[in-house]
Each structure stands twice: as structure tokens, then as C-alpha cells.
Design a protein around this ligand. Structure first.
Ligand code: CTP
Ligand code: MG
Length: 335
């Protein structure tokens, strides 16, 4: 492999801000999609409350963390309060209840890694997956959404990176590449590490929000309206940041020793986490620490083959950002 780290970006980089922002604008959902989501949630809530008065429904994932594209499906979590429940039973019952309404394609997938009920609502046209008691996902959704309110460049960068990953086929966990959630964590980490930093480390500040879920203490600073203007000492535009993001993952990240950690706002060592050896299927070839489930490496899906695919894609993107006359087209070319 031909390693070429570029310490300096092309001179005309800011010329690319306009086309990158146009791509971002074309991907963000329209306001009316929010209304339709609320409508479907109200319908689901009505059915759930009737059967289980103490239960609650939460949106999580890209429909609620602000990193969702237009016309996405929604992810819903049914919180049952009691941890000692039989998820399969609940899901089968839920599917029965929802089938009796006008919902289409209602299916309980009780044997999936995350068991869910799937359905489609013909009124709003929205498809939805409902899981049970996946509360850590609800909390990490809030953390991501709170980060996105601090500086708009996070949302811009994450949309571009997700769009690139989907176009290039490297957003498929079942094929050993990374989840959208992992890519957003990579973007947050990257903006925390810019100098001057564009994002703070919310888990390393005064605690204004704290919950315990599944024996994990989740606490962080969530009064993000007080952090408006946090990144304004850094004047980098979106094109510069896209360039630097890919340059970092192509040439600067130390894959052998480093773990990126938005929890600490910095790098931690693989040695400190004991992520140096393969244990079971966890190979730790690219290490991305979950902000709350700190023993979870979001890179654990990556194997010997897919790490090569990923790194070649990072290098391709970095080269395009450095040299290509029309990066906004080339970057997203289907693979
Ligand atoms: N999640 C998680 N741990 C993972 C993967 C996902 O907790 N290893 C949770 C996160 O709350 C995440 C949600 O599941 O926001 C959905 O994950 P994912 O499908 O990766 O991301 P989306 O944001 O839904 O992205 P997409 O637009 O690609 O659907
Ligand atoms: Mg999703």
C-alpha cells in the first residue's frame, strides 16, 4: 500500500463548501416527515397503553438522533419497566394487537439478534421496527442528538460520511463494515479532536442528566443550548473537514494501538482496554468505543477482509479529496 499523508490540503478546498452543503440539504428530511412520525407513534401508543398501561414508547436511532436521511424507516423501543419479562411473548402479543388494526406486513421476528416487530403503516407510508427494553439505545440516541445541537458542522459531516458509506457499500454490518451509529461516533470524535475543538466532551463536564439503565450509569451535560458558539474559534468549513476526516482514517489513525472514545473526548489505548487480542469473534481491527457500554467495540464486526475494504475506501476518499477536480461526484460513485 502506498501511504501518503497530506499535511496540507489543496488550495481551492473552500470552493467545495457549496456543493457539499447542497448534498447535505438534499438529504435532510422535510418537516412534514416529523408530523407523520408523530401520527404513527400516537397510533402505536394507543394500542400499547391499552394492553400495558405502564409501558412507554420511545423513538431511537436515526429518526430521533438527527442523523437520519429523508424517507427513512423509524426505530421504536417499547419500554416495559419490568426487566424480568419474556421479550418473545411480548412481541408476539404486540404483533397480534397491531394486526387487528389497519397496519400492514406485521411480523414478529423473535429470533433476530435484536428481536422486533416489523410493520408498515399504509396511512403515513412509514415502516417501523419495534424492539423491547433497548433503553441504552434510547439514551445514546439522546447523546447523539445533543451533540448535533452544538455545532451544525457535525450534522453536515455525518450526513456526508453516511452518504459516502452507503454509496460505497461500507455501511453493512453483516458484511463486516460499520454501522451508521459507528460512523456518527467517528465524526463526533473527530470534531472533538480538531484544534481548536469544534465539539466538547459532554461526558467529561458537569452532570446535568443521569440515568441508570441495564446497570450502566449514563450521565452527561445536556444543557447544550448553553454551548452555542462552542466551536466558533474554529473556522473550518465542511469541505476542509471532510478532507481531514478521510485523511485521518486513511493515514493518521494508529490502527494497531488506538481506540477512539467520545466518552473521554480523546484516544485510549487498546492495551488499557485489553483489546489487543482476538477474543471469540471480536478482533478489534478498528476500535470505536461505545460511549456507555464501554466494553463494546463498534468495530467488532470488522474482520481481516473487511478491514482492507474499509481502509482502501478511506484512502480512495482521501485521494479524491486531495486531487480530484470534482470530488462531490467522484466520492459518491457507486462501487
Ligand atoms: N445502536 C446501538 N449499538 C449498535 C448499533 C446501533 O446502540 N452497535 C443503536 C443506536 O441507538 C443507533 C440505533 O441503534 O442510533 C440505530 O443504529 P443504526 O441502524 O446503526 O443507525 P441509524 O442511525 O438508524 O442509521 P440509518 O440511517 O443507516 O438507518
Ligand atoms: Mg436505522
Amino acid at each position: 500500500r502506498n501511504y501518503r499523508s497530506h499535511t496540507e490540503c489543496r488550495g481551492d478546498i473552500n470552493r467545495l463548501n457549496t456543493p457539499f452543503l447542497a448534498i447535505y440539504e438534499s438529504l435532510i428530511p422535510a418537516e412534514e416527515e416529523k408530523e407523520k412520525q408523530k401520527q404513527l407513534m400516537a397510533l402505536l401508543d394507543k394500542h400499547v397503553k391499552k394492553e400495558w398501561p405502564g409501558a412507554r414508547l420511545f423513538l431511537y436511532g436515526s429518526c430521533a438522533n438527527s442523523f437520519g436521511f429523508r424517507k427513512s424507516d423509524i426505530d421504536v423501543c417499547l419500554a416495559m419497566g419490568d426487566a424480568d419479562i419474556n421479550k418473545s411473548e411480548i412481541l408476539l402479543r404486540l404483533a397480534d394487537i397491531l394486526k387487528s388494526d389497519n397496519l400492514e406486513n406485521v411480523q414478529a421476528l423473535t429470533r433476530a439478534r435484536v428481536p422486533i416487530v416489523k410493520l408498515m403503516d399504509p396511512v403515513t407510508g412509514i415502516s417501523c421496527d419495534i424492539c423491547v427494553n433497548n433503553l441504552l439505545a434510547v439514551i445514546n440516541t439522546k447523546l447523539l442528538r445533543d451533540y448535533s445541537k452544538i455545532d451544525v458542522r457535525l450534522r453536515q459531516l455525518a450526513f456526508i460520511v453516511k452518504h459516502w458509506a452507503k454509496s460505497r457499500g461500507v455501511n453493512e454490518t453483516y458484511q463486516g463494515t460499520l454501522s451508521s451509529y459507528a460512523y456518527v461516533l467517528m465524526c463526533i470524535h473527530f470534531l472533538q479532536q480538531r484544534s481548536p475543538s469544534i465539539l466538547p466532551c459532554l461526558q467529561d463536564m458537569e452532570i446535568t442528566y443521569s440515568v441508570n439503565v441495564d446497570n450502566v450509569k449514563c450521565s452527561f451535560f445536556d444543557q447544550v443550548e448553553k454551548l452555542q458558539g462552542f466551536g466558533s474559534r474554529n473556522g473550518e468549513g465542511i469541505a476542509q473537514l471532510v478532507w481531514a476526516f478521510f485523511n485521518y482514517w486513511a493515514y493518521c489513525h494508529d490502527y494497531a494501538n488506538d481506540v477512539i472514545s467520545i466518552r473521554t473526548g480523546s484516544i485510549v489505548s487498546k492495551r488499557a482496554k485489553d483489546w489487543t487480542r482476538r477474543i471469540g469473534n471480536d478482533r478489534h481491527l478498528i476500535c470505536i468505543e461505545d460511549p456507555f457500554e464501554v466494553s463494546h467495540d463498534l468495530g467488532r464486526v470488522v474482520d481481516k477482509r473487511s478491514i482492507r475494504v474499509l481502509r482502501e475506501e478511506f484512502e480512495r476518499a482521501a485521494e479524491i479529496m486531495q486531487h480530484d477536480p470534482n470530488p462531490c461526484v467522484k466520492l459518491f460513485e457507486p462501487y
